[in-house]
Each structure stands twice: as structure tokens, then as C-alpha cells.
Design a protein around this ligand. Sequence first.
Ligand SMILES: CC(C)(COP(=O)(O)OP(=O)(O)OC[C@H]1O[C@@H](n2cnc3c(N)ncnc32)[C@H](O)[C@@H]1OP(=O)(O)O)[C@@H](O)C(=O)NCCC(=O)NCCS
Length: 186
Amino acid sequence: MSQEFNFYPPSVDDGWAVSQLISACPPLDTNSAYCNLLQCHHFASTSVAVRRQDELVGFISAYRVPDKPETLFIWQVAVAESARGQGLASKMIEQILQREACESIRFIETTITQANEASWALFGRIARRYGAPLASDDLFTKEKHFSGQHDTELLVTIGPLERSADTTSEDAPVSAVTPQRKEARA
Ligand SMILES: CC(C)(COP(=O)(O)OP(=O)(O)OC[C@H]1O[C@@H](n2cnc3c(N)ncnc32)[C@H](O)[C@@H]1OP(=O)(O)O)[C@@H](O)C(=O)NCCC(=O)NCCS
């Protein structure tokens, strides 16, 4: 990863730029600027911002699941178009996990729609990187929870993570992972 990228826990001063970045990253759902400010404020230790010079080019909002302190829930991953294809999204997740505040994390959860190939590829790569199985199942369904207005979001669980992988900085080669339910896939 090039030295030009600066990774750091976000602060409220990043909130507005985060809002703009998310808006420029379909198919991500936009949230209010207030929500993005709260993410940068309350979830800073488990989230990451990346700047190239002054421009915010990457952001992940994530938090510990309240009743599962060993589980990091990754809410949104956004990389500006100009910074894609260089492993930045993967590196952002690794950066969060390498923090002292996250050393007890053993599982990652996220939700992905069936059609979001980039997300499946990204989290498949993370599962391989940490030598962990990946399983998925419906969580928020189109008809029952979104009144037909949003595709079903599948809950993806990766873990237990091999945390010794934190110390090896090079990305392990991985092959594509395609959606498949209730099965270990990594
Ligand atoms: C998805 C996104 C975060 C990827 O960022 P990135 O920095 O380019 O991702 P990486 O370079 O770390 O790539 C991670 C893996 O995803 C794959 N990938 C990235 N973009 C992809 C795409 N559009 N389609 C299919 N696979 C994709 C990469 O090939 C890589 O897999 P590999 O190691 O098997 O080759 C970025 O494209 C984005 O912000 N998209 C819009 C928002 C979005 O969909 N966010 C949800 C993602 S969780």
C-alpha cells in the first residue's frame, strides 16, 4: 500500500466529508450528516478514515455489537472511485483490527445484498486473510423488513479470526467468493 494514504480513526471533523463520500459511492445507502457525525464521534476507535493529501478517499464505519464484545460489525465500506483497485478497502479493515482497542475481536459481521459482487469479493478476501470461515443467512428481508423497497440484506459472519495473521502485512492471495447460504465458504 502506497505511503500516500494516511489511515486514522475518524473525528467529527471528518463527518461532513464522510457524508459526501458515501453519497458518491452507490449502492451504499446514504444517511443523514448527523448520523455520519455520530459514527465519527462514538465509533471512532472501531472505524477508519483514509486521506490522500487533503481528500477523504476511504471510510469504514464499524462498531462492537453491544451484546457480543468479540464481534466487530462493519456497517459501511466506501472507497472513492479514484482510489479503488489498490487493496484500500481490505487494508482499512486490517488497520482497524490491528488497533489495541480491537485486539479481542474474533468475529466480523456485516450485511450484504446478493447482488453486491464487490462486497462479496472484499469479505471473501478478508475471510481468507484471517483463515476464517464465512457464513451467510438472510437478516433483513425485502418483503418483511423493507416493504419491498430494498433488496434483502444477508448477515455475513466471518470467524473465528486467526489473529496471528495481523502480523503478516502482505495480503494472502484469495479467490473469488460467491454468495451461498448457511455454509462455510472460506
Ligand atoms: C467495494 C469497494 C469498497 C472496494 O474498494 P477497493 O479498495 O477497490 O477494494 P480492494 O482493492 O480492497 O478489493 C477487495 C476485493 O474486492 C474485489 N473487488 C473490488 N471491487 C470490485 C467490484 N466492483 N466487483 C467485483 N470485485 C471487486 C477486488 O478484486 C478484491 O478481491 P480479490 O482480492 O479477490 O481480487 C469500493 O468499490 C466501493 O466503495 N464501492 C461502492 C460502495 C460499496 O459497494 N461498498 C460496499 C463494499 S463492502
